[in-house]
Write a protein that binds this ligand. Structure first.
Ligand code: SF4
Length: 435
């Protein structure tokens, strides 16, 4: 049995489940099981980490937990010894961590769709919660430990609001920092790391897992935050960027946040904002998180002084991409043209890849990704957990399973085949681009 990264011998992991009120219990007599794609698998203790501070636990309604029984193999158990209904329990990892396995469960026919979270496996070791995951980025910017002091945040936020009383974007960021607990918005007011620049109320895609817009009539769950309902002016945006980059060394300011639509739909205005900033200073890294749908907009922003670009993908495979993004008035070729334009311009380019264990790391997807990276040799992959009901996602994208190689093995393969490729979680500052 492989030893955990800390080399210490560990007690055997204990399976966990919860009741319908969400109370979590240890399952006696059966071993933990996990899922990759639609398969049940077991995991070595060495692949489990103590659940990081600030992570969450979720109950999974209408989902019967599956355990491993030495004699009968993978076994669903719907009621405990007292006849109490059992649901699967899941962990949700805080930022910076990549899950490697899903919780193991069987979904009942009338089970509700799950809200937009990245469900990961959950076990107990020596009475402490553990999860199948690893840290993929050591940058501390979103470590929950750094975001506990709400009083300090409130004081800083009112200072900044007083300084820019007319700036609607500052007021929006206060709503994000306090209402949605957006860690980027909190960092803006606390004067550190990365500041968010939500700027677009509209989008030209209809992602299945969109965090800012869900069609209530269509999906059985709501968006995580309300989409921005106004378009900040280039002057308001430039004021926020200048405030941040003048104050913070190695700072990052990023367009394309979870509370907005697609920033490229406002490329001319955002290019003007970047020009206003670059006319005053070259401090800080101005970056854009985008669906990459408007190559012309990408060019305009690069000409204005954009430092880096991050294009989001659920898959490098066109059919899976189209079924997830459901684009309006653009296609996968537009996304590729945006990537090519950014690479040609020599700015720092990242792919923000949404990981679902058993899909992202299956052989056909890994081959597809490697071919994509040979064609578009980006600088970085930002590895993110897909925040969505795993069964709903696999159903909707028309999942055709191939052999999963494992998320850790996939990352290892990428490191081997693309040694210059950076793998992390956050938009890096330009001071570190060369690393
Ligand atoms: S591109 Fe972004 S804003 Fe647009 S639908 Fe997808 S997740 Fe939502």
């Amino acid at each position: 049995m492989r030893r955990p990264p800390d080399g210490k011998r560990r007690a055997n992991p204990r399976a966990a489940y919860c009741d319908t009120s969400g109370t979590v219990y240890e399952m006696p007599g059966l071993e933990p099981a996990f899922r990759v794609g639609r398969r049940f698998v077991r995991v070595e203790a060495a692949d489990l980490i103590k659940l990081p501070f600030g992570s969450e636990l979720f109950s999974m309604p209408g989902r019967t937990p599956v355990f491993h029984d030495k004699r009968n193999g993978f076994t669903p158990v719907g009621r405990d010894a007292a006849g109490v209904e059992m649901w699967a329990a899941a962990s949700f990892l805080c930022s910076g961590y990549l899950r490697t396995h899903l919780p193991a469960f069987v979904k009942s026919a009338d089970a509700p769709e799950l809200p937009l979270w990245a469900y990961a496996g959950l076990v107990l070791i020596d009475g402490e919660f553990h999860a199948p995951a690893f840290r993929v980025d050591e940058d501390p910017r979103s470590d929950p430990e750094l975001h506990l002091d709400d009083a300090a945040l409130a004081a800083h936020a009112s200072e900044v609001k007083e300084r820019y009383p007319e700036n609607r974007l500052v007021r929006q960021l206060e709503r994000c920092a306090t209402g949605y607990r957006c860690l980027c918005a909190r960092n803006f007011f606390l004067g550190r790391h990365e500041a968010p620049l939500p700027s677009s109320p509209a989008c030209n895609a209809r992602c299945l897992g969109c965090l800012s817009y869900q069609d209530a009539g269509e999906s059985g769950f709501c968006q995580s935050q309300e989409r921005l309902d106004f378009a900040p002016t280039p002057e308001e945006i430039a004021q926020v960027i200048l405030h941040h980059v003048e104050k913070v060394d190695s700072s990052v300011a990023s367009f394309g946040q979870g509370c907005e639509g697609e920033p490229l739909l406002r490329a001319p205005d955002l290019a003007r904002a970047v020009r206003l900033v670059r006319a005053k200073t070259d401090r800080g890294t101005i970056t854009m998180n985008t669906n990459g749908s408007v190559p012309g907009g990408v060019k305009a922003l690069i000409d204005a002084g954009l430092d880096s670009l991050r294009i989001s993908l659920n898959s490098p495979t066109e059919e899976y991409y189209l079924r997830y993004y459901r684009p309006r008035n653009y296609g996968f070729d537009d996304v590729k043209r945006s990537l090519a334009a950014a690479l040609e311009a020599g700015i720092f380019v990242s792919i923000n890849l949404f990981f679902l264990p058993g899909f992202t790391d299956m052989e056909t997807e890994v081959e597809s990704l490697c071919a994509f990276l040979r064609e578009f040799p980006v600088d970085m992959i930002q590895a993110r957990n897909l925040n969505m009901d795993p069964d709903l996602y696999l159903d909707k994208i028309g999942f055709r399973e191939s052999e999963p190689i494992g998320v850790r093995a996939m990352i290892g393969r990428l490191r081997e085949e693309f040694p210059a490729l950076r793998i992390g979680y956050y938009n890096p500052a330009k001071e570190t681009f060369a690393r």
